[in-house]
Design a protein around this ligand. Structure first.
Ligand code: GLY
Length: 386
């Protein structure tokens, strides 16, 4: 790339969010789009289980996030189909399988009943099951399971395949992807005008989209107060293999809250079984620890004892990008020319379609769509640049 390259949209960060925004924006004719990332297709989605669970992951007080999650979930089938077409037939592993949340003891059962009541108040589709009914749906569940919630509309996708499909779709749409980092945001006359890359090259851009997950606020040159700190929340995760004779080991996502931690088992049609995830706030460390693996296996074994028969294929860890209110930052920031698509915390894979659509809409029309308004990055602005 020659020094002084000019693009219409520069996307800093080529994880699932950056690639999806770049692809959708290019599809909608925003002009020349460049993504910069030293490791495109990486980030948390490469590690994530890919559970699309706006209902079973619902937390009290997060109703606006629920609406965004539901909107994204509803778009997923079309998003996956568009992506398959745009990438020459790539399979994203999108699977409409539903999710079963189960309780392992009477305390869990009370909590799950509360969640069910909350679902009903919000008009969400979830069905209460006795332990016996839950085991009928999933015979590998432990005999001690005390009850469950069946949510037919919480599904799954394969984050790794989705990333690969997005890279191909970006290429087909003419998006440039460069394996280099952004060294500094360039600001002129109180406006973001692009970035200097780690290679020393300068890219000027009409709009710069910051989609660098937990590194977003650390970009040198970013004026203070424009973005809050996006904290890294480590998740350790396991991948097991279900040999043919054991299939279907599980037919849908299975989850529980064990000792306050979300535990989930996501079975894929290709025989992969993903078990996640720890939640650790310890900075930018992605070490897989014996303790993390032990806890996941111990808790998953309590839920589905048969997992101990399966080969353990991979252990990994990723960093969820957590904003101060755990909701994403979507749209224009207080610094003209700088747009944020970051802070998706536990919901990056789920929120990819809606984030890409909302950001593309804003980049093309200059208007923030109503669905994005509650997630304006300016809700955290502490000082408007002078
Ligand atoms: N959404 C699952 C997780 O963040 O672990």
């Amino acid at each position: 790339m020659a020094a002084g390259t000019r693009v219409d949209v520069l996307v800093i960060g080529g994880g699932i969010i950056g690639l999806a925004v770049a692809w959708r924006a290019a599809q909608r004719g925003v002009g020349r789009v460049l993504v910069v990332d030293p490791d495109p297709g990486g980030g948390a989605a490469r590690v994530a289980a890919g559970m699309l669970a706006p209902v079973t992951e619902l937390q009290y007080g997060e109703e606006p996030l629920l609406r965004l999650g539901m909107a994204s979930n509803e778009r997923y089938a079309d998003f996956a189909a568009d992506l398959a077409e745009a990438s020459g037939g790539a399979d994203t592993g999108y699977r409409r399988c539903g999710t079963l949340a189960v309780a392992l003891d009477s305390d869990d059962r009370e909590e799950l009943r509360e969640l069910h009541a909350f679902h009903r108040r919000l008009g969400l589709d979830s069905q209460w099951l006795t332990g016996r009914e839950a085991r009928k749906l999933e015979p590998m569940l432990a005999p001690g399971v005390r009850g469950g919630l069946h949510v037919a509309e919480d599904h799954q996708v394969d984050g790794r395949r989705l990333l690969a499909a997005l890279e191909r779709a970006c290429e087909a749409a003419g998006v440039l992807v460069h394996r280099t980092g952004a060294a500094e945001l360039l600001v002129e006359h109180d406006r973001a005008v692009g970035a200097r890359l780690t290679t020393g090259e300068v890219v000027t851009a009409g709009r710069t989209v910051l989609a660098a997950g937990p590194y977003s606020h650390r970009l040198p040159g970013l004026p203070p107060g424009v973005l809050p700190a996006i904290r890294p929340v480590k998740g350790q995760i396991l991948r097991l293999h279900i040999p043919e004779p054991y299939r279907p080991f599980l037919s849908r996502n299975v989850r529980a809250v064990v000792r306050g931690q979300h535990l989930y088992l996501v079975p894929r049609e290709n025989g992969e079984l993903v078990i996640g995830a720890t939640s650790e706030e310890q900075g930018y460390d992605t070490t897989v620890t014996a303790g993390g693996v032990y806890e996941l296996l111990r808790d998953a074994h309590n839920l589905v004892p048969g997992i101990t028969e399966l080969p353990l294929v991979e252990t990994s860890a990723g960093l969820r990008p957590g904003s101060p209110d755990n909701a994403p930052l979507l749209g224009p920031t207080a610094l003209p020319g700088l747009v944020a698509a970051t802070g998706h915390y536990r919901n990056g894979v789920l929120l990819t379609p809606v984030t890409a659509d909302l950001l593309a809409e804003y980049l093309v029309t200059g208007t923030v769509p109503a669905l994005a308004e509650p997630f304006s990055p300016t809700r955290f602005t502490t000082k408007v640049p002078a």
